[in-house]
Design a protein around this ligand. Structure first.
Ligand SMILES: Nc1ncnc2c1ncn2[C@@H]1O[C@H](COP(=O)(O)OP(=O)(O)OP(=O)(O)O)[C@@H](O)[C@H]1O
Ligand SMILES: [Mg+2]
Length: 303
């Protein structure tokens, strides 16, 4: 039987992006891009960004962000208008290619669902489920993206978010991104939590981990994960600023009731981790593995 730490290593590698998945994401990017350039004046190619680009996205791979930076010639039509105008225009354009059933308007993007379903083990045959097409304009060194929930354009800078993730990863013996992917995998487990994720925007988990998962890597995934669930539960009511200092607080996405629910579920996960660690200490390794799998979901291996 494998040890708990060996199981975590395997779990970590199962959540890593592989070549086939990267190829599929890139193919989908070009497919969407080839169409969007016929409808809008776009700078360059549009680019894959967000957690996908930073390698902090979990599985199954969905909602991969593509920024489509619109040229200055589109400014008066879209940037000078309220955010919903450009999101509506993206939706209307994409509807002609993908159909309304595949599309979902979101606050900052249009989600394109490719109709791929994950199986019971969360496998997708190396295919991505969906893309978020995000309209953007340049603003000096930064970008501005629409936010229909607040009716404002928000500033963002993916390069700064990426640099912070890289620094955190290196400072944590290159284990930081793997642990962030594991935490997001727990958050994505709809069989466990129902359709609403505990932490509504999983970017918030990553932002909190920049502050809560630091110091030196102690050498045990089980211990680091246990401590992180406890800390996130403690601090989920805090305000969490955009790490680049440009956009609105990342924690604004949840109201008080949603934060309370997040806290309850994070605390329950922390207790499950306490229990799994206790089982392993008592030599009940099989039960410990099962407890970790119950906590995370099917990609946590039992053998
Ligand atoms: N409040 C914010 N202020 C500034 N930039 C933000 C803010 N929220 C998100 N972003 C940027 O937009 C990107 C896409 O946001 P999104 O919510 O899709 O998160 P993500 O990092 O892609 O996480 P995941 O896809 O794993 O949920 C983020 O990676 C971040 O760079
Ligand atoms: Mg995203």
């Amino acid at each position: 039987m494998i040890t708990v730490e060996e199981a975590f290593q395997k779990f970590k590698s199962r959540l890593e992006l592989n070549d086939k998945e990267q190829k599929n994401a890139s193919d989908r990017h070009y497919e969407v891009r080839d169409y969007m350039v016929t409808k809008f004046a776009i700078e360059g190619q549009g680019f894959l960004t967000g957690s996908y680009k930073r390698n902090t996205k979990s599985k199954p791979l969905k909602d991969i962000d593509i920024f489509f930076v619109l040229k200055d010639s589109e400014r008066s039509k879209y940037r000078d208008k309220t955010p919903s105008v450009v999101v509506d225009a993206f939706y209307d354009a994409l509807e002609k290619k993908y159909g309304a059933a595949a599309l979902r308007k979101q606050g900052r993007s249009v989600n394109i669902n490719f109709g791929v379903k994950a199986d019971d083990d969360d496998n997708t045959d190396y295919r991505i489920l969906s893309i978020d097409a995000v309209p953007a304009f340049t603003a000096g060194d930064n970008y501005e993206i629409p936010d229909t929930e607040t009716g404002k354009w928000i500033k963002t800078n993916p390069k700064i978010h990426e640099a912070k993730a890289v620094a955190a990863h290196q400072a944590f013996s290159n284990e930081w991104k793997g642990i962030v992917r594991m935490m997001k995998y727990w958050n994505n487990n709809t069989k466990k939590h129902g359709p609403d994720k505990p932490v509504k925007q999983s970017f918030l988990i990553e932002v909190m981990a920049l502050q809560c998962l630091y110091g030196s890597w102690g050498g045990s995934f089980a211990r680091e994960i246990q401590a992180l669930f406890h800390t996130l539960a403690d601090r989920v009511f805090d305000e969490w600023a955009d790490p680049a200092g440009l956009g609105p607080p990342v924690s604004n996405g949840m109201d008080a009731a949603r934060k309370q629910r997040a806290r309850t579920l994070l605390l329950a996960a922390a207790k499950e981790a306490d229990n799994a660690i206790d089982l392993a200490r008592k030599g009940r390794n099989g039960e410990a593995l099962q407890a970790w799998r119950n906590l995370f979901g099917p990609k946590f291996p039992l053998s």
